[in-house]
Ligand binder design. Structure first.
Ligand code: SAM
Length: 317
């Protein structure tokens, strides 16, 4: 069985650690304001709402479908608001209009995609079934974004090699790209299935990873390129700390080494260059054995967190 077959519903990864980190570090003397930049199915939003019933919560998602799915779980709650936007665009959003201009006591990013995207969206994130090879998170058609199919069918081979090496660390990159370029001359890739079969037939079976599908790495690479995930993440890591109130904390859950490297370096740079910020944990927190058993998708999760000092004058720096 491959990884994706284990995940039936989206389980809010490391939520106990996220809530404990908030409870141990944010003084709980007033109505707190939280921002969940990756609302998804509102798993973490609901945990925050339970732990802090008087709090105000704003959640974002770049995928409008996720905003709808979140609200179908949240019901009618006056203290929760949502915005369909990219977490990297918050600085360009007029929060004053939403009366959130003073910032947040806690900000969370739970990176990546949701179980819904893999199992139900029909956008080609999965290796199973035959779906359009799309992979876009923003289904808002005003945004011009290339699809996975456009990338594999039109990008020059050097560019494809860069994407598969850099974003997938795939050692069979050269062979996969050779096969792909040969195939697309006469028979372009149309579905997720077309592409995963091409990868399966390129990597000899004895080199397939034991627990994951052989196309996992190149699918990850394409998803990152389609959604420009690292560009948005870097921008958000530079901008979101500015929205923290004094004593506010910023928590980020990453799921693979490339993502974690970006998070670790950005936070380190911030803490080294600006005395207002410090790390909460010496090392990243990892999921417990129990959580990993219950939700194998959490296996690779890492939680890093920083805090803004209490002396901050509550201004964006
Ligand atoms: C791992 S899921 C979050 C799950 C959520 N914490 C929960 O417990 O239900 C990540 C979500 O972030 C969204 N997302 C990914 N990149 C984003 C970005 N740059 N800006 C806003 N939302 C993003 C995805 O659409 C997805 O719904």
């Amino acid at each position: 069985m491959y990884e994706e077959e284990f995940q039936a519903v989206h389980f809010p990864v490391m939520w106990q650690d996220v809530i404990r980190t908030a409870q141990e570090n944010i003084p709980d003397s007033k109505v707190l304001r939280f921002l969940d930049g990756t609302g998804g199915e509102a798993g973490h939003v609901l945990k925050f709402a339970e732990a802090y019933p008087d709090s105000e919560i704003l959640f974002l998602d770049r995928d409008p479908t996720m905003i709808e799915r979140a609200w179908s779980r949240l019901g009618d709650r006056k203290n929760i608001k949502s915005l369909n936007c990219n977490y990297s665009e918050l600085a360009q959003t007029d929060l004053e209009d939403l009366s959130w201009g003073d910032g947040f006591d806690g900000i969370l990013l739970d990176l990546g995609i949701s179980t819904y995207h893999i199992l139900e969206s029909g956008r080609g994130f999965s290796f199973k079934g035959t779906e359009n090879f799309d992979m876009r998170l923003d289904t808002n058609l005003n945004r011009k974004q290339v699809t996975a199919a456009e990338i594999v069918n039109t990008y020059p081979s050097k560019e494809l090699e860069r994407i598969f090496y850099e974003y997938g660390e795939e050692r069979w990159t050269k062979k996969i790209v050779e096969r792909l370029v040969e195939r697309r001359r006469t028979n372009p890739i149309e579905s997720n299935n077309d592409f995963s079969k091409l990868v399966e037939s390129t990597i000899p079976r004895k080199f397939w990873p034991p627990k994951t599908h052989p196309a996992t790495r190149v699918f990850q690479a394409l998803r990152i390129e389609v959604n420009q995930e690292f560009q948005h993440l870097k921008k958000a890591l530079a901008e979101l700390p500015k929205f923290l109130k004094p004593d506010g904390i910023f928590q980020i859950i990453s799921f693979h080494s490339l993502e974690d490297r970006i998070v670790k370096h950005s936070l380190k740079d911030l803490v080294m260059s600006n005395k207002e910020f410090s790390f909460i944990h010496k090392k990243p927190l990892l999921p417990s054995e129990d959580e990993m058993k219950l939700n194998p998708a959490s296996r690779s999760a890492k939680l890093r967190a920083i805090q803004r000092s209490a002396d901050t004058k509550n201004k964006r720096y």
